[in-house]
Write a protein that binds this ligand. Structure first.
Ligand code: BJW
Length: 242
């Protein structure tokens, strides 16, 4: 265990995850070499303006990702976090898992009540009435909203740049109540998630980063563990739960 970590005895743990936790399941990250943003322009596929300019192109981008996501499996990092959550609940504690990822690998790994602050790939939202529903098939402009009936207004239920992330009140409530903040596999470059570590620190909460390499805000972490999520997360969880 890294020096000082053993002295921390958390009851409520807040875990923030990013694309790195799913990388070894075969899902591309965004900003690493060869990541999604080296192949696509953010402003074209991850902004409301891009969607309004060319909705078919945005739907095609998310259909491609839905195809890839269909076959991926949770990796040992997701499974370890599910194990930690169950072990902590059994001893009266709490582990909140807040992910920026739109995949469902935390749930597949056994985690519950996962907060998907940037949305979920398996859902669509009506651009007109705001209704959110699960959608398995291919997204297209020919689809109609089950709530209001409008054709062509169903967009992926994801959070693009300039949009407010989901469940922010719940997130800040859980952050405020935590006594350990852990960030896993995120570059720390997208706000508001990138600001959570500073919020935790300002409340006197110890912070830990688990990542392949130091993130942009690595200096804000009390403890750091660098390595693949599939190895570093199970190692950390094993030390906590035995
Ligand atoms: C491994 C690994 C392995 C690899 N093991 N690790 C100027 C200053 C400050 C802020 C702003 C600004 N201008 C604009 C803003 C705000 C803007 C923002 O932050 N922009 C920045 C680029 C500067 N943010 C927003 O617009 C957000 N909304 C907002 O702020 O609303 C205002 C508001 C907030 C709160 C209350 C009230 C009002 C919305 C952001 C939406 C982000 N959307 C996306 C797309 C989602 C849908 C989709 O997936 O298609 O979310 S963009 C993309 O980035 C995606 C991710 O969730 C997000 C974060 O990426 P992540 O997960 O960190 O991935 P990478 O690739 O960056 O990093 C991967 C990491 O993994 C690396 O560190 C690797 O080392 C590591 N890794 N392999 C362990 N095997």
């Amino acid at each position: 265990m890294a020096s000082g970590e053993a002295a921390v005895n958390p009851n409520k743990i807040f875990v923030l995850t990013g694309a790195g936790v799913s990388a070894e399941s075969g899902l591309s990250t965004f900003r690493d070499t060869g990541g999604l943003w080296t192949h696509y322009k953010v402003e074209d596929v991850a902004s409301l303006a891009g969607y309004e300019r060319d909705p078919a192109r945005v739907l095609e981008f998310y259909n491609l990702r839905r195809d890839i996501h269909r076959d991926v499996k949770a990796n040992p990092a997701h499974e370890a976090l599910g194990r930690l959550q169950r072990a902590w609940a059994a001893r009266g504690g709490e582990v909140t898992i807040c992910t920026q990822n739109i995949d469902h690998l935390h749930e597949q790994g056994g985690a519950e009540n996962v907060i998907h602050m940037h949305g979920e790939l398996g859902k669509v939202r009506c651009h007109d009435c705001g209704d959110v529903t699960a959608a398995d098939g291919e997204l297209s402009l020919a689809l109609g909203c089950v709530a209001c009936g409008r054709i062509g207004g169903l967009r992926p239920h994801v959070v693009w740049f300039g949009e407010v992330p989901l469940e922010m009140d719940l997130i800040y409530e859980k952050l405020a109540g935590a006594d350990l903040f852990v960030s896993i596999g995120t570059s720390g470059s997208v706000y508001p998630a990138a600001g959570f570590v500073a919020a935790a620190r300002s409340g006197g909460v110890p912070t830990m980063e688990i990542n392949l390499a130091p993130s942009e805000n690595a200096q804000l972490f009390t403890f750091t563990r660098y390595g693949k999520a599939s190895e570093a997360v199970p190692a950390w969880v094993s030390q906590l739960v035995g």
